[in-house]
Each structure stands twice: as structure tokens, then as C-alpha cells.
Design a protein around this ligand. Structure first.
Ligand code: ADP
Ligand code: AMP
Length: 212
């Protein structure tokens, strides 16, 4: 399966990606994670990315295309992949279609995790990434089980109320047009992203296992 997870920041894409990729044995390809890794390494490209992520703005399409092409052509993506955070614009979606088509491949599922902007701020400000296991915790909804884990959690620089409002604006202006794009392609399935993580997991499994 070649899957795209779509949804606003804080919808639960990374959380659900962990479960889906574990179940299906396909890799998660998160452009946000790839971009943050480049920023951490302080490569010239990484420093350029940082100016965009700190401002809650999307990185220019052409720069992200190169990252995605490199990653999707690695051997572990040969039997499927889960894209998280890509595409984010219609230009990226069209580029992805062309890149896959040239390799005789295509997207099989687009899952839109639907949540209101109202729940997102609480999810974002409480988010913490465990750098050891990669698990995404939340201070209230998925608290770290030990003080050691709590002490090492990383809070993203862009997970503040101010930057979130800019990221949400980018989402509504540039990413939301992907909803009709994939609806017209007959690929889009909506999944209710409210309620406990396990409930959302079950809804996603139903869509994927129901042939949807
Ligand atoms: P995204 O990848 O879409 O930005 P994440 O998966 O990182 O979102 O989730 C954002 C935060 O919300 C995380 O701290 C995560 O633990 C929490 N979270 C994810 N799904 C749910 C849910 N269904 N209910 C409550 N909190 C959730
Ligand atoms: P995310 O981890 O998906 O929330 O992404 C964090 C940040 O990385 C975004 O706010 C953007 O600045 C950048 N980013 C991630 N994916 C993309 C993409 N597909 N296109 C442009 N910018 C991206």
C-alpha cells in the first residue's frame, strides 16, 4: 500500500503513522522529521529550512521534492510507504503523481484525519517526542510512563500558540485544496480524529481493511 496521511498539524498523523506502519510493515516517510533532522545537523540546507519552520511557513516545494524523491527511492519503500506531512500543496501532489507514475507506481489510499482547529492547540502544546523510541507523548492524553522518559522528551520549537496559528493558516490556504484534489481522484477517505487514540486507530484499520 502507498498511503498518504492528510490532516492539520496536531491531527494525530504521527501518532497514527506509528500504528499503521507497525501493522503493515511499511516505512513512515515524514517530511517534517526529515526536515528537522537536516536542521539538527546544521547543514546549509538545514539552516535554510529553519527559517521556514520557525516562521510556521511551508518550505518551498522544489526543496521538499528532492527530499521525498531521495527517500521514496530507497529500497525499504519498494513494497509500500506511508507519507506523513507530504504532499502539503497541490503542486507537490501533482509532482508526486508524476514521480510515481514514471516508476509504474501510484497512491492507493489518502486518509484525511478530521479534527476541529479548536482541539489542535491543546494537542500541540502538550506534545513531546521521545528521542530514544520515537514515540510521541502528550502531557495529558498520553503521559510518559516514567520520570526518566518525561525528562528526555523534546518539545518542538514550532509547537507554540503563535507559530501554530501561522501553521494553521498555511494548512487552510495551501494544504486543504488537496481534499478536493484527492476526492476527484476517488482516493480520499475521511476518518474522525476525535476521541481516544485507540478509537482513531480502529477507524483507520476499518478503512484500510475494508478495501477503502
Ligand atoms: P500530527 O503528526 O498530525 O502533527 P501528532 O500525532 O504528533 O500530530 O499528535 C499531536 C499531539 O496530540 C501528540 O502529543 C499526541 O500524543 C496527541 N494526540 C494524537 N492523537 C490524539 C487523540 N486522538 N486524542 C488526544 N491526543 C492525541
Ligand atoms: P510537520 O512535522 O509535518 O508538522 O512539519 C513541520 C514543518 O516542516 C512545517 O511547518 C513546514 O515548515 C515543514 N514541512 C514539512 N513537510 C513539508 C512539506 N511537505 N512541504 C513544505 N514544508 C514542509
Amino acid at each position: 500500500m502507498n498511503i498518504i496521511l492528510l490532516g492539520p498539524p496536531g491531527a494525530g498523523k504521527g501518532t497514527q503513522a506509528e500504528a499503521i506502519t507497525h501493522r503493515l510493515g511499511i516505512p513512515q516517510v515524514s517530511t517534517g522529521d526529515i526536515i528537522r533532522a537536516a536542521i539538527k545537523k546544521q547543514t546549509p540546507r538545514g539552516l535554510e529550512f529553519k527559517t521556514y519552520t520557525d516562521a510556521g511557513a511551508l518550505v518551498p516545494d522544489a526543496l521538499v521534492h528532492a527530499l521525498v524523491e531521495d527517500r521514496l527511492t530507497e529500497p525499504d519503500c519498494a513494497s509500500g510507504f506511508l507519507l506523513d506531512g507530504f504532499p502539503r500543496t497541490v503542486v507537490q501532489a501533482k509532482w508526486l503523481d508524476g514521480m510515481l507514475e514514471a516508476r509504474g507506481r501510484s497512491i492507493s489510499h489518502v486518509l484525511l484525519i478530521v479534527v476541529d482547529d479548536a482541539v489542535i492547540l491543546e494537542r500541540i502544546v502538550g506534545r513531546g517526542l521521545d528521542p530514544v523510541t520515537g514515540h510521541i507523548y502528550h502531557t495529558k492524553f498520553d503521559p510518559p510512563p516514567t520520570p526518566e522518559i518525561a525528562a528526555r522528551l523534546i518539545h518542538r520549537r514550532d509547537d507554540t500558540a503563535d507559530v501554530l496559528s501561522l501553521r494553521l493558516r498555511e494548512y487552510h490556504n495551501k494544504t486543504a485544496p488537496l481534499i478536493p484534489y484527492y476526492e476527484n481522484a476517488g482516493l480520499l477517505r475521511r476518518v474522525d480524529g476525535f476521541g481516544p487514540v485507540d478509537d482513531v486507530k480502529r477507524r483507520i484499520a476499518d478503512v484500510l481493511e475494508g478495501g477503502g
